[in-house]
Design a binder for this molecule. Structure first.
Ligand code: OOG
Ligand code: MG
Length: 262
């Protein structure tokens, strides 16, 4: 750790205020170039603790920057992990208010729900699939608090990996008999297909992203508890949205899920 406790809580407040007021800020490494990975996750953990102290429930976890399209789009090279708060969850088909956000983008993802604890180190595709209750389609709405979505890895980790809203829906299915590598997806904006992919785009297999999350949490003496909802990461580049847009994600064998922006 390079930052003291006071600085970590000040940065958590700074980034959380940017989120809650929908105001962008410059990336925090500009002022704290020597902060390390532990500092970045400590700031994220402090944002989580601030929300919990106000009575917000944490309802899930997420992996991000798990596909080459996303890494290339953002100019970074390692996955990152964050949390999902209760108010991030949007009912299927309902509207996300763009005036509560800075510059939202949508990502096509596969959500996992677990039925057993996942504890790293050493989690892998097999252990994740064995612990998976079901999978379902998910659209994540990301909204980096950093100006123009410009950040480095430590800044984006501190900013809870741009987590903002999400919707899950479609059909929930157990993973036996599914090949999540070749599961195809089509993302439509206003009825027009805008992004296509398959599960393998996410670190070879979406379950591998969940294993990476469990192994990363283990470094901080944490684990993925049974019953967790986890977003495995955008399969394609994120797509910018604005008021009036309608987004639908089709996942092969898992139906579709959608939301609107107003
Ligand atoms: C970081 C979050 C990326 C994903 O699914 O790749 C993410 C960002 O691109 O702002 O959630
Ligand atoms: Mg995502």
């Amino acid at each position: 750790m390079k930052l003291d406790k006071k600085t970590i809580s000040a940065l958590a407040e700074h980034l959380e205020s940017a989120e809650l007021n929908a105001r962008d800020v410059v990336k925090i490494t500009d002022d704290h170039p020597d902060m390390d990975w532990d500092d970045a996750y400590a700031i994220q953990d402090e944002i989580r603790a601030r929300k919990e102290r106000r009575g917000v429930r944490i309802v899930g976890l997420k992996a991000g920057l798990t596909s080459h399209s996303k890494m290339k789009q953002m100019g970074v090279d390692t996955p990152v992990f964050g949390f999902l708060a209760d108010y991030f969850s949007v009912p299927e088909g309902s509207a996300v208010k763009v005036n509560e956000l800075i510059h939202p983008k949508v990502e096509p993802e596969i959500a996992f729900v677990t039925k057993a604890d996942l504890r790293g180190p050493g989690c892998n595709i097999a252990t994740v699939l064995a612990a998976t209750d079901f999978v379902m389609p998910a659209i994540e709405v990301i909204d980096s608090r950093y100006r123009d979505f410009k950040f480095d890895l430590k800044s984006v980790i501190a900013d809870n990996t741009s987590a903002s809203r999400f919707v899950v829906g479609g059909t929930m299915k157990p993973v036996d008999g599914m090949d999540l590598k070749t599961t195809g997806i089509v993302l439509e904006k206003n009825g027009v297909p805008v992004a296509f992919g398959a599960g393998a785009a996410v670190v070879g297999h979406p379950a591998a992203a969940i294993a990476m999350l469990a192994n990363e949490l283990a470094k901080r003496d944490q684990f993925v508890p049974a019953g967790s909802l986890i977003l495995s990461g955008g399969i394609t580049e994120a797509v910018a949205v604005e008021s009036g847009d309608n987004v639908t994600l089709h996942v092969q064998g898992l139906g579709q899920v959608g939301l609107r922006f107003e």
